[in-house]
Design a protein around this ligand. Structure first.
Ligand SMILES: [Zn+2]
Ligand SMILES: [Zn+2]
Length: 487
């Protein structure tokens, strides 16, 4: 008798697997938005990590962010970009750059000597490109290299490009020793236009070799070059350890034209700098350029007006210890987590010994939406609902998935289950989502699901329901038998 039950259980199990297989295959088919985008679409939408990473495959494309993106957990390798990127007011959180890119460009020092140089940032090179309305929140760039190298929040190298109405907040750190290197809040080296952009940055530049006299650069906007800078705002905390020649500026480390013989009238107007650069210049032939505006001005042919700074030039004369934001002997760190709401969440790390504090590990906003249905979903068409945040009033509109209709009753379905009930419950469950605290995340997950459960697949939906019920019964039988045997 037991054997018979076991056999029945096994057959039902096999039957269930056979029924589920085609469903699983179908579920794998729907792709994200990327798959549906056509070549003719001008702006490609980016709303997640994969979309951002995908830009590298078409660096001349036009892209627009449609959501904030948390890049935590991804090691970002900078690539060359020549297209357009509209941040659309959205933020990229926790972008972590772990190395310079592969592109090499020539850079010039103050004596017009040329160096093959590497670059790091969101992009390594930005040429013929345009970046606007983009916010980098908690950018983390940390590069150690044996080559000449420049780091910049948005691009290590810029030429013939424009950065408008962006913001960079985070920390950039470079350790290098080969003749020519530096760190800038927005760009490392180059030229182009930087408008109405803000930087709230900690910049660290360390010469890892005391033997050679290097040219070293640091600027809240740009380490070296001749970008036009208008209406920008910089909050800088700089740490520059230099066994060579230092060029540090609240805006630009060294303002210079290149190549030799080039003429260009630049513009640096309506900018504001606050903060401090702590540095040493370990060099007998000292110059120690460090100013709130520009470290060293090599060319004076530029419009200069209405720039303000509250800047502290902090030179130290001990050369055997690298300068770092936090350098106390016995750090004891305490964590304070700030939960996300209408603003991003983050963790504050406070040193109980010296009082140093920094923020890290930002988390996406979590608005408390109240939802109003603008258009009910039907079997034929998606609906639409609007969310208004109770606390800050921010609004969002999102689709309501199509209603999954009741399938026609079949004989096998009759007794075992009512498939209609399953779809009904599904719809109700969906409607109750979103009213909760993390409505956005849940409805996004459901929006993903709806790709699988579209109207033509109702039959399969019913089949799945039946299959699950049958599976439960089969497992129960097998379990009962097993249990009895043990007794
Ligand atoms: Zn809000
Ligand atoms: Zn400390």
């Amino acid at each position: 008798m037991e054997k018979v039950f076991v056999k029945i259980g096994l057959w039902i199990g096999i039957l269930m697997v056979v029924m589920l297989l085609p469903l699983k295959a179908d579920a794998a088919q729907p792709t994200g938005n990327e798959g549906q985008l056509e070549e003719s679409v001008v702006w490609r939408e980016i709303s997640d990590q994969a979309g951002l990473l995908g830009m590298e495959s078409d660096p001349e494309g036009n892209y627009i962010l449609t959501d904030d993106i948390d890049m935590a957990g991804v090691d970002w390798f900078p690539f060359s970009f020549r297209g357009k990127l509209k941040g659309n007011g959205f933020s990229i959180l926790n972008l972590t750059v772990v190395d310079a890119g592969e592109e090499i460009r020539e850079t010039y020092d103050g004596n017009m000597k040329v160096y093959d140089t590497y670059f790091g940032g969101l992009f390594d090179t930005l040429e013929g490109g345009w970046v606007s309305d983009l916010q980098l929140v908690n950018l983390r760039v940390k590069v150690e290299t044996d080559h000449p190298c420049f780091l910049g929040g948005i691009a290590g190298y810029m030429e013939n490009s424009s950065i408008e109405n962006c913001s960079v907040q985070g920390c950039l750190e470079l350790r290098a020793h080969d003749r020519m290197f530096g760190v800038g809040g927005m760009i490392g080296y180059g030229c182009g236009s930087i408008l109405e952009t803000t930087a709230d940055v900690t910049l660290v530049c360390i010469d890892t070799d005391a033997a050679t006299r290097d040219e070293q650069f640091m600027g809240g906007v740009c380490a070296a070059g001749y970008p036009d800078i208008k209406g920008c705002s910089v909050q800088i905390a700089g740490y520059d350890s230099d066994h060579g020649y230092v060029h540090d500026g609240g805006l630009v480390g060294m303002y210079m034209f290149y190549p030799k013989g080039t003429k260009y009238r630049g513009t640096i107007t309506d900018n504001r700098v606050t903060g401090k650069i702590t540095f040493f210049e370990d060099n007998k032939n000292r110059r120690a350029y460090c100013n709130g505006f520009i470290g060293e001005i090599m060319n004076w042919d530029f419009e200069n007006g209405r720039n303000k700074d509250e800047f502290v030039r902090d030179e130290v004369f001990q050369y055997d210890t690298d300068l770092l934001p936090h350098s106390c002997d016995a750090p004891v760190m305490r964590e304070e987590v700030t939960a996300p709401g209408c603003e991003f969440g983050f963790t504050t790390y406070v040193c109980e010994t010296c009082g140093y504090r920094e923020t890290d590990h930002y988390t996406l906003k979590n608005h408390d939406y109240v939802w109003t249905v603008l258009r009910e979903a039907t079997e034929e068409a998606e609906g639409e609902r609007q969310g208004v945040c109770k606390d800050c009033g921010v609004q969002t509109v999102e689709a309501i998935p199509k209603v999954i209709p009741e399938p026609e009753e079949t004989e096998s379905a009759g007794e075992l289950a009512e498939p209609g009930q399953i779809t009904q419950d599904g719809a109700e469950a969906w409607n109750s989502f979103g009213a909760g605290e993390d409505g956005t995340a849940q409805s996004t997950a459901l929006a993903e699901e709806k790709k699988i459960w579209t109207a033509p697949e109702i039959g399969r939906g019913a089949t799945l329901g039946i299959a699950i019920l049958v599976a439960i019964v089969a497992l129960a039988i097998v379990w009962c038998i097993g249990h009895q045997k043990k007794r």
